[in-house]
Design a protein around this ligand. Structure first.
Ligand code: G4P
Ligand code: NA
Ligand code: NA
Length: 194
C-alpha cells in the first residue's frame, strides 16, 4: 500500500537491530485517518471471506483492529497478555514468546467472545517472527472458529514469520513488506506487491 510505505519513509525512524519506530503515527500516537485507509484496503483484500469477527492482541494491534472492525461492521476482540498461570477454564490460552522482550506471556481470550460460528480476520501492527500470530491462530483453532485471513500493517520480510505463516496456507496480506533497512543511511526497501 503506497500510502503506508510513503508514511513509513517519511516518519519512520530506523534503529539499530532492524527495528523501525513508527510511534508518531502507528503504535503510540495514532493517525486514525491513515488507519481508515488501511481498513478499506483490508476490506477489499478480504471481501470474499464473509468475516464476522476481528481478532487482535494488545496493545498496539488494538487501534488498527478497531478501525478495521468499523469498516467490516463486525465486533473486535483483543487477546490479553497475562503473566498468571492459574487461568480458569473460561479462557482460551496460548503461550507466546517475545524475542524482543525475551519473555513468555500467556495470551488469553474469553470463551464468551469466540466460538465455532466465527469467521475470523486476525489483525496486527507488526509481523516479525510471528510468535504473536501463532498464538492467535492457536486460540482460534482451540475455539473451533476459522482463520479466514490475516492482515498485517508492517511485515519485516527478512524475518521468518511471514514465510512460515504463508507456508501453512493462510491468506496473509501485509500492507507494507520491508525487505531491508539501514539505520546508518535511514534507507528502506519495500517488496513490490500488486
Ligand atoms: P513476533 O510477535 O512477530 O514474534 O514479534 P517479536 O516477538 O519479534 O516482537 C515483539 C514486539 O515487538 C511485538 O509487539 C511486535 O509488534 C514488536 N515489533 C517487532 N518488530 C518491530 C519493529 O521493527 N518496530 C516496532 N515498532 N515494533 C516491532 P508486542 O511485544 O506484542 O507489544 P505491543 O507493542 O503490541 O504491546
Ligand atoms: Na503488536
Ligand atoms: Na508492538
Amino acid at each position: 500500500m503506497k500510502l503506508l510505505e510513503e508514511r513509513i519513509k517519511k516518519d519512520g525512524v530506523i534503529k539499530e537491530g532492524n527495528v523501525v519506530k513508527v510511534d508518531s503515527f502507528l503504535n503510540h500516537q495514532m493517525d486514525v485517518q491513515l488507519f481508515l485507509e488501511m481498513a478499506k484496503e483490508f476490506k477489499s483484500k478480504f471481501a470474499s471471506h464473509n468475516i464476522n469477527k476481528i481478532l487482535t492482541i494488545e496493545s498496539s494491534g488494538i487501534g488498527i483492529a478497531a478501525i478495521v472492525a468499523l469498516e467490516f461492521g463486525v465486533p473486535v476482540v483483543f487477546a490479553k497478555k497475562s503473566k498468571s498461570i492459574n487461568i480458569d477454564g473460561d479462557m482460551y490460552t496460548a503461550e507466546v514468546e517475545s524475542f524482543t522482550h525475551k519473555c513468555k506471556n500467556q495470551v488469553i481470550v474469553s470463551k464468551k467472545f469466540l466460538g465455532p460460528e466465527d469467521r475470523v480476520l486476525i489483525i496486527d501492527d507488526f509481523l516479525a517472527n510471528g510468535c504473536a500470530l501463532q498464538g492467535l491462530i492457536s486460540i482460534v483453532n482451540e475455539s473451533g472458529a476459522s482463520v479466514e485471513g490475516i492482515g498485517i500493517a508492517i511485515e519485516k520480510g527478512f524475518q521468518s514469520g511471514g514465510r512460515a505463516i504463508r507456508n501453512l496456507g493462510f491468506h496473509l496480506e501485509s500492507l507494507a513488506i520491508i525487505d531491508s533497512m539501514d539505520a546508518a543511511t535511514q534507507s528502506i526497501e519495500f517488496r513490490a506487491q500488486e
